[in-house]
Write a protein that binds this ligand. Structure first.
Ligand SMILES: [Zn+2]
Length: 413
């Protein structure tokens, strides 16, 4: 399997020669990368090599089948390669329907929600923000009070990251050398990004194109950092790359099932780190002061944001219709304003995200729901925080596929 894994890494690097967004992280042997750059294998050859590699994956012996991680490793390599094959087809010009694409690449399909699915949350937001004009404008005006002033961004984020890190370290053993750098950037289709560098180091970038609201601090700190992407990558490196020598985890192909696990755990990690009302309390008692905002408004803002969170799947609907050709950009932007409460500028940024990342959007909300359901079905409910951390960390440190999250709960070990 180690030979298969090495061929897989080299193939991912070969795809990366045709798709600048494909290789999200790579910290394996540097000469494999320079070799891929030098050879620049044409796409039809990459596709043929992927077919051969999938056919060459050996079966497992009875003894191997008793080690769950070995079973997961084999399934993971096969499914990642199938996703690679689809991405290559797309690079060769194939256009897949939204659901077909997400199934082939992320091993999952997002549920379809009609307009009415969002109406209850929208009606409640409407009640909380009475007045004239479109609801999204009233929401935007309301939110002005919760923008972190540019001059205070660093201290607010530093404080949020420190808190997320402390909370995570009290439940997760991380290599003592783990560390990260934060950069503030502009002109990107995303709002935050974690670039994992290997050796337990991350570069976290925060996009400051649009106003950053106070709730984004905990979101980003957890999602990009602790216990999100940084911790996920560090645990894979520690447990799978270093302890087991599994080289396939030195590379992260963005358009693959791994992304649903990465985004889903990063989003679910927020409530793992801040169970119940703890997040609201931390924001009100600490972050509002760091940002120079009025903490007496915190409860009202949290109430509205909780309702806006219930609109998360509206973004999937916009993306599905836009990418399937049922919406043009203007219609997608209008839908996002009406059903996802996005200002025109934010909605426009989002459609540019759809252009680049396509059905990747499902990884955030469907990913979170699948991870939550998986962890909680194994006893990791809010009432059992120790079990929740344990199951969450086990998931982070293993190569489980999205379809494996739907499997009936096995015995907890
Ligand atoms: Zn992410």
């Amino acid at each position: 399997m180690n030979t298969i894994a090495e061929r897989y890494v080299k193939l991912v690097l070969a795809v990366g020669q045709h798709d600048a967004d494909y290789v999200d992280a790579f910290y394996g042997p540097a000469e494999w990368k320079t070799d891929a750059e030098r050879r620049k294998l044409p796409l039809p050859d990459v596709a043929a090599a992927a077919e051969r590699l999938i056919a060459d994956i050996p079966g497992l012996s009875d003894a191997e089948r008793r080690d769950e991680l070995l079973v997961l490793r084999r399934e993971y390599l096969q499914r990642q390669l199938e996703a690679l094959r689809t991405r290559v087809r797309m690079l060769e010009g194939a256009t897949l329907a939204f659901d077909e694409e997400s199934q082939a690449i992320y091993d999952a399909t997002a549920p379809v929600h009609p307009e009415s699915y969002f109406s209850e949350a929208l009606a409640e937001i409407d009640r909380l923000l009475p007045g004239e004009g479109p609801l999204v404008d009233r929401y935007d005006a309301f939110r002005q009070r919760f923008i972190i002033p540019a001059g205070r961004l660093t201290r607010v984020f530093d404080r949020a990251i420190a808190e997320c890190r402390t909370r995570t370290l009290s439940h997760v053993a991380l290599p003592p050398t783990e560390t990260f750098t934060v950069e503030y950037v502009k002109n990107k289709p995303w709002s935050g990004y974690n670039w994992y560098q290997g050796s337990f180091r991350s570069l976290i970038q925060v996009n400051t194109d649009l106003p950053i609201y106070i709730d984004r601090a905990v979101d980003l700190a957890c999602h990009e950092g602790y216990p999100g992407h940084h911790v996920y990558n560090a645990l894979l490196e520690k447990h799978l790359v270093r302890d087991r020598g599994w080289v396939e985890f030195t590379i992260y192909p963005l358009f693959s099932p791994q992304s649903l696990i990465a985004e889903g755990t990063a989003n679910y990690g927020i409530e793992v780190a801040f169970p119940g009302d703890e997040r609201a309390a931390f924001e009100r008692d600490v972050l509002y002061a760091e940002a120079g905002l009025d903490p007496t408004q915190a409860a009202a803002y949290a109430r509205v944001q909780a309702l806006v969170d219930r609109l998360a799947y509206a973004g999937n609907e916009a993306a599905r219709r836009y990418l399937n050709g049922a919406f043009d950009r203007k219609q997608a932007t209008a839908w996002l304003a009406q059903y996802a409460m996005m200002s025109p500028a934010r909605a426009d940024q989002r459609t540019r995200f759809f252009d680049t990342y396509r059905s990747y959007v499902i990884n955030y909300n469907l990913g979170k729901d699948l991870v939550k359901q998986y962890v909680e079905s194994r006893g990791g409910t809010a009432a059992q925080p120790a079990i929740r951390w344990e199951e969450f960390v086990r998931l982070l440190a293993s190569p489980r596929l999205p379809s494996g999250l739907r499997a009936p709960a096995g015995p907890r070990r």
